[in-house]
Design a binder for this molecule. Structure first.
Ligand SMILES: Cc1ncc(COP(=O)(O)O)c(C=O)c1O
Length: 420
């Protein structure tokens, strides 16, 4: 028997506000408090020195992060954008180069390319809402230096296909793991597949230190170059011979951030397990209604490795999705469409204003003038991505949903799916 929709005056399915989507942030507790207090009391806020002897929190965090993700090296930095820039600088991305990025990612992925003097080339996404390997192949030119695989909303890209393409064309593969810390593809953690992985610890992310980032790699040569880029005297500090030292900036992490990040890393598996359990519970409860309505979930390239932080349904049309968003919001579920032509959202390429308009910091030069060929962008250049995103109905799946809230969210979804 179908229930009356809240949008039509029926009772709301969700009775109490759902938890805010700050997975690690909402679990800040005694461990983070104690870790910060320890650092403050030691008066050592800087990773390289201070009054307290012994290893720094940043060193410890790097060691544990690399071990957790299964790589030889991790470098803690100040943000996910900084991590992307360090990874790209380490790989030698620079003026004249092209870097392939997906049409759906936070603008930072493309901005990092431009910051290095290279140009982003935008590729379509597929039904997983991650970069489409087939379109990547079409976008490769003799000037392509790297491919950026962005694991959007906790979901792994097709790393097997992307690795094969990168090898065959002799280009680098960078993973942007900002939204998918701890998730995996075929049993191997994301960030460990590519030449380098870039993580963010900004407050929305699965684990957080407010701001922060990590570069992951198995290559000692790349690690050394990333160290030099992230710290103006990183080369000197790490005893690299002066004639090999390259110029750097300052993207260092401080000890307070590292102490929080270390405490959060200890909570990562618990957060992932809870999100995955909640995701599975909702999917199970809506499976019949979704099947009857002919609605599919976004494709998961590895359902086991998925972080479970987002439930995304692909509806038949953008109009349908917009109606479902309104209906779900009336039920008390904060759903959204991933693309609406009337809503500016810097996760969708057509709203990347400085990229679309090829803005640079100087009149004389800049990435697009240094490019080896003319690069053009247009708002409708990735029609498949816009179509998929406009039909994508997105719900956050908090690790902190109660059993009752899982039932309520599923009820809300079933009411709306039945009415479609
Ligand atoms: C996919 C993606 N890449 C990169 C970033 C940049 O990270 P940050 O904000 O830490 O610089 C973010 C998050 O903001 C992101 O979601």
């Amino acid at each position: 028997m179908s229930l009356r929709l809240a949008i039509d005056g029926g009772e709301r399915a969700v009775k109490t506000p759902l938890p805010p989507m700050f997975p690690g942030g909402m679990r800040i507790g005694a461990e983070e408090e104690q870790a910060v207090l320890n650092v403050l009391r030691s008066r050592r806020l800087f990773r390289y020195y201070g009054p307290a002897p012994g290893p720094s929190q940043t060193d410890l965090f790097e060691q544990e992060f690399a071990a957790h993700m299964g790589t030889a090296y991790a470098l803690a930095v100040s943000s996910g954008t900084a991590a992307l820039m360090c990874a790209m600088a380490a790989l030698g991305v620079g003026p004249g180069d092209e870097v392939i990025v997906p049409a759906y990612t936070w603008i930072a992925t493309a901005s990092a390319v431009v910051a290095l003097g290279a140009v982003p080339v935008i590729a379509e996404i597929d039904e997983s809402l991650t970069i489409d390997p087939a379109d990547v192949e079409c976008k490769i030119t003799p000037h392509t230096r790297a491919i950026t695989a962005v694991h959007m909303r906790g979901s792994p890209c097709r790393m097997d296909a992307l690795t094969e393409i990168a090898h065959r064309h002799n280009v680098s593969l960078i993973e942007d793991v900002a939204q998918a810390a701890g998730a995996s593809f075929r049993g191997k953690r994301l960030g460990a597949w590519g030449d380098a992985g870039a993580f963010s610890l900004q407050f929305n992310k699965i684990i957080t230190s407010g701001e922060g980032g990590v570069v992951l790699t198995n290559s000692h040569a790349l690690y050394k170059r990333a160290i030099m880029y992230h710290d103006v005297v990183g080369g000197y500090r790490h005893h690299i011979p002066p004639d090999e030292i390259l110029p750097g900036v300052n993207f260092r992490m401080n000890e307070l951030q590292a102490a929080i990040a270390l405490a959060q890393l200890g909570k990562l598996e618990g957060i992932l397990a809870d999100m995955r359990r909640n995701h599975a519970a909702i999917v199970e409860r809506i499976a019949d209604c979704a099947r009857s309505a002919g609605i599919l979930l976004r494709r998961l390239n590895d359902p086991t490795g998925d972080a479970g932080l987002a439930l995304v349904l692909l509806l038949p049309s953008a109009e349908c999705t917009r109606w479902a968003v309104d209906a779900l919001r009336a039920e008390g579920v904060g759903a959204m469409a991933l693309y609406r032509p009337d809503v500016e959202d810097y996760h969708v390429y057509r709203y990347w204003a400085p990229i679309m308009n090829q803005k640079t910091w100087t009149e004389q030069g800049g990435p697009w003038r240094w490019a080896a060929r003319t690069i053009e962008y247009a708002p409708d250049m990735c029609p498949r991505s816009l179509d998929l995103l406009s039909r994508a109905l997105h719900l956050n799946v908090s690790p902190d949903l109660s059993e009752a809230q899982i039932e309520e969210v599923a009820t809300a979804l079933n009411k709306v799916l039945e009415a479609l």
